[in-house]
Design a protein around this ligand. Structure first.
Ligand code: NAD
Length: 435
């Protein structure tokens, strides 16, 4: 069992810190955000993740998990330090490493003995080396240390499960000692470990996300052709997904990908490729198709309502996917301002993402966690997230509450024949329009 400090208590840092404590380690989760730490100390969890609250309560009670903003102290007590700070997209698209550099400097300043420094943040190839150099420089090589790359693959909404039963761990290390410690730390979660160099581990993370994003954009391109050809993309997905070489996951056409990872990681990978003089055309097309899907939704609304001036539109779902309150790069953030710009009055529903959405959208729309109040009196209803509440919508009631029975579904939640029989004009993605 190890003493671990996790620096950066966001989605990744909090979930992995909590899971490492559940596995028996002593974990200190640190953050520069004092408000977040104060909340965590009082039992207020800043993110919505099924199962997380219970694990936090349990491990805090066992004295295996605590929270602090005293990062130097946490560094000095730890044998293993995990960097899990954000690496947001900079204005030019590349990964912004400001937080990672800041943490490396803090570690260098407070190093007091041999430690393993694990980079869990998603970072461009070469960052591990940069972190090592920064720590060496600032600590003046007074103490030995190893840097490891251990990219994170958890999915928001199922993050605890993804960590406790991970499909694989990727560990990039140059030192056999650090590799062994990392393999042992992951034993409770998985025995499938890809042992590699730091550079390859850094590349694996971007390649994984870019590949998944490519699957989504590929299906969205197929969906756009299906719409013109009168084919049904859900059947195309089923038909190709049953081929085990292709697989069924990530083949759902829709409004495109969002969230904190795919948009920024595809953009960052494009920059990494450019930095090595490689023109990664495929990933450019993936990004372009993705933005196009958001534009398509607006066009579909206009195709039904004509001018949007003065029209009332309900948006069902704000989060970029169900079971998360994460609004980063959510399609709603592009679609709602555009509808607003075109003169529509926008009412929105989301079960949990409203506080996060408000921070980004402000008061250009109204918000409610009451589905039917949102739908009431609107001219069209646009579905952007596949929340279970939306999937189980009472469609007869919906029709009664709306001014017109117009549904534009960016997630293909409903059966075409059923919608037709209920008398809706139903426009989805990659499927024929039904009236
Ligand atoms: P986040 O924004 O939710 O959390 C980052 C945290 O780091 C914040 O709480 C912030 O206050 C803190 N922080 C910033 N600078 C700090 C500093 N100098 N010292 C201490 N704390 C500091 O980010 P996240 O979603 O957890 O992502 C973290 C990394 O993991 C990113 O590189 C991301 O790409 C990667 N990742 C994220 C996911 C995901 O689903 N969210 C999945 C896999 C990988």
């Amino acid at each position: 069992m190890k003493n671990i400090a996790v620096i950066g208590t966001g989605y990744v840092g909090l979930v992995s810190g909590v899971c490492f404590s559940e596995a028996g380690n002593h974990v200190i989760c640190c953050d520069i955000d004092q408000g977040k730490i104060n909340d965590l100390k009082r039992g207020i969890i800043p993110i919505f993740e099924p199962g997380l609250n219970q694990l936090i309560d349990k491990n805090v009670a066992r004295n295996r998990l605590c929270f602090t903003s005293d990062i130097p102290k946490a560094i000095q007590r730890a044998e293993v330090i995990i960097i899990a700070v954000g690496t947001p997209m900079s204005r030019t698209g590349e990964a912004d490493l400001t937080h990672v550099k800041q943490v490396a400097k803090t570690i260098g300043k407070h190093l007091n003995g041999y430690k393993i420094i694990v980079n869990k943040s998603t970072v461009p190839v070469g960052t591990g080396k940069m972190v090592k150099n920064l720590i060496s420089e600032i600590s003046r090589d007074q103490y030995a240390f190893d840097v490891v790359s251990n990219p994170e693959f958890l999915r928001e909404g199922v993050a605890v499960k993804d960590t406790m039963q991970m499909e694989r761990a990727v560990i990039g290390a140059t030192s056999a000692k650090a590799m062994e410690v990392m393999v042992q730390l992951h034993k409770p979660f998985t025995t499938k470990v890809v042992k590699t160099t730091i550079e390859s581990a850094e590349m694996i993370k971007y390649a994984a996300n870019a590949f998944l994003a490519t699957k989504i954009s590929f299906m969205n391109d197929i969906a756009n052709i299906c719409e013109r050809a009168g084919a049904d993309v859900t059947k195309v997905s089923e038909g190709i997904g049953l081929d085990s070489r292709i697989g069924q996951k990530f083949l759902q056409a829709g409004v495109g990908f969002g969230g904190s990872c795919f948009p920024k990681d595809t953009a960052a990978l494009l920059h990494i490729a450019e930095s090595f003089g490689y023109d990664f055309k495929l990933i450019k097309a993936v990004m372009e198709t993705n933005i196009g899907q958001r534009v398509q939704i607006i066009k579909k609304v206009e195709s039904i309502l004509g001018s949007l001036e003065g029209k009332s539109i309900s948006i069902l779902g704000l989060a970029f996917k169900p079971n998360t309150n994460d609004m980063r790069y959510a399609p709603a953030l592009d679609i709602i301002p555009q509808l607003n710009h075109l003169g529509a009055n926008v009412k929105t529903f989301d079960p949990i993402a409203i506080p996060e959405a408000k921070k980004q959208l402000g008061y250009i729309c109204s918000y409610s966690d009451d589905l039917y109040e949102t739908i009431r009196g609107t001219d069209a209803c646009v579905i952007l997230t596949g929340w279970k509440e939306i999937k189980s919508l009472d469609l007869e009631k919906t029709k009664r509450l709306m001014n017109h029975p117009f549904v534009i579904d960016g997630r293909n939640l409903f059966d075409l024949t059923m919608m037709q029989n209920l008398g809706f004009t139903y426009v989805s993605v990659g499927r024929p329009v039904v009236h």
